[in-house]
Design a protein around this ligand. Structure first.
Ligand code: AVJ
Ligand code: FE
Length: 381
């Protein structure tokens, strides 16, 4: 049935500035919902030496928005120049964030609201520009909401009703054959992407196999019970040293999850060292980043359960050929080198706006706070 247009006063489509503001508001809703049920003590405590107090994340989100949107983009003075150092991730690394004079929880929330109000006005006055600074600020808050979820998970404080990891269904030992061939890796020239995703470049990958589903809790339990943490030959030198030094004999979080979330759910909170050992124990390896992206963008086949847990790759974090840091070296370039390993795909806690197929996450190989598991790969038979 045709619907004759009777409404003559149709609302104008939202302007770019309105779209930015509404995305910023959505991100803020997510952030505030996460901390709504927490006490000041929960927000101020250091729950883990590798994580910031949650109140620091809050102040840092505001300081970043003030710096990039209000100051650098719209030309305003910083609202609180005195806080710039406190909330700079490099001047104040995670390890000392419990000791410094940062804002308390209520003041941090007030600072967030004040920055937002000023930034919003400035944005409407100055326009969104090409949108890239705005998008960076939106995604920054969304990325921190995942970081905060990691802290909350460690503290056992994740709010109820979170999406979380549901049982997946399907065996995790099914392989997909990906043929050899060149493909275009990385983000194209248009649209938003982080500097480390560019430039797009052609990569030739050999034929390989990749598992259709991420490794499950059930498989992890079999690995563990089958001597996974005792068989020296399955571990890298570095991984074995880490395991011995910290007396790691099993995976507590996976054991709990196997009982509660189910044997079929993807194993989560796995470190790179463990993922690497698991793969070797199964005559497999971690996919390289290029293999992962080829498999994820290849239209003939699909990777199942993508985006439920981050997937460790075998690759260290580096710049693509022709890399240019933008808009600041500290986003990615300072992490390039042999130390950090790349994760791909995104987790249940990652905003859909962040988890694009070219997005690169990274962390140290011993870290277990990330919502990370693995998908196996091996050379083509
Ligand atoms: C891309 C998740 C590794 O948390 O260090 C947040 C994202 N950068 N604030 C991080 C980020 C600046 C980054 N990761
Ligand atoms: Fe940050």
């Amino acid at each position: 049935m045709a619907c004759t247009a009777t409404a003559t006063h149709q609302a104008a489509p939202p302007s770019p500035e309105e779209q930015v503001l509404s995305a910023l508001d959505d991100a803020r809703e997510r952030t505030f919902a996460l901390v709504a049920g927490l006490t000041d003590e929960d927000l101020s405590r250091v729950h883990s030496p590798i994580m910031s107090p949650l109140a620091w994340d809050l102040g840092h989100i505001a300081a970043y928005e003030d710096l990039w949107l209000a100051h650098r983009h719209a030309g305003l003075e910083l609202l609180r120049p005195d806080l710039a150092g406190v909330y700079d991730a490099f001047e104040t690394p995670r390890a000392v964030r419990g000791d410094i004079e940062a804002l308390g929880p209520d003041d941090a929330r007030a600072y967030m609201r004040e920055v937002r109000e000023r930034a919003a006005e400035a944005l409407v006055r100055r326009g969104a520009g090409d949108g890239s600074v705005c998008e960076m600020v939106i995604r920054h808050e969304l990325q921190h909401s995942e970081t905060m979820r990691q802290t909350l998970a460690i503290a056992g404080l994740l709010p109820p009703g979170e999406p979380s990891l549901e049982p997946s269904g399907g065996a995790d030992d099914e392989w997909i054959e990906v043929p050899a061939g060149p493909f275009e890796m990385g983000a194209g020239e248009t649209g938003f992407a982080y500097d480390n995703e560019r430039p797009r470049h052609t990569v030739d990958v050999d034929a390989f196999q990749i598992s259709r589903r991420p490794v499950s809790n059930g498989s992890w339990m079999r690995f563990s019970e089958g001597g996974g943490y005792e068989r020296r030959e399955w571990w890298s030198d570095e991984g074995w040293a880490w395991k011995q030094e910290h007396d790691i004999t099993h995976h507590p979080a996976v054991a709990v999850a196997a009982g509660t979330a189910g044997l079929q759910s993807p194993a989560c909170h796995v470190s790179w060292f463990e993922a690497d050992a698991f793969a070797r124990a199964h005559d497999a390896r971690l996919p390289s980043e290029a293999e992962w992206e080829r498999a994820a963008t290849w239209d003939q086949q699909t990777l199942a359960h993508l985006g439920r847990v981050w997937e460790w790759t075998g690759s260290t974090f580096g710049g693509y050929p022709g890399f240019v840091s933008h808009p600041y070296r500290e986003y990615s370039e300072v992490f390039f080198g042999e130390d950090y390993r790349v994760l791909r795909g995104g987790s249940w806690a990652t905003s859909p706006r962040v988890k694009t197929v070219t997005f690169r996450n990274w962390d140290l190989p011993q870290r277990r706070q990330i919502f990370a598991g693995l998908r196996l790969a091996r050379d083509a038979s």
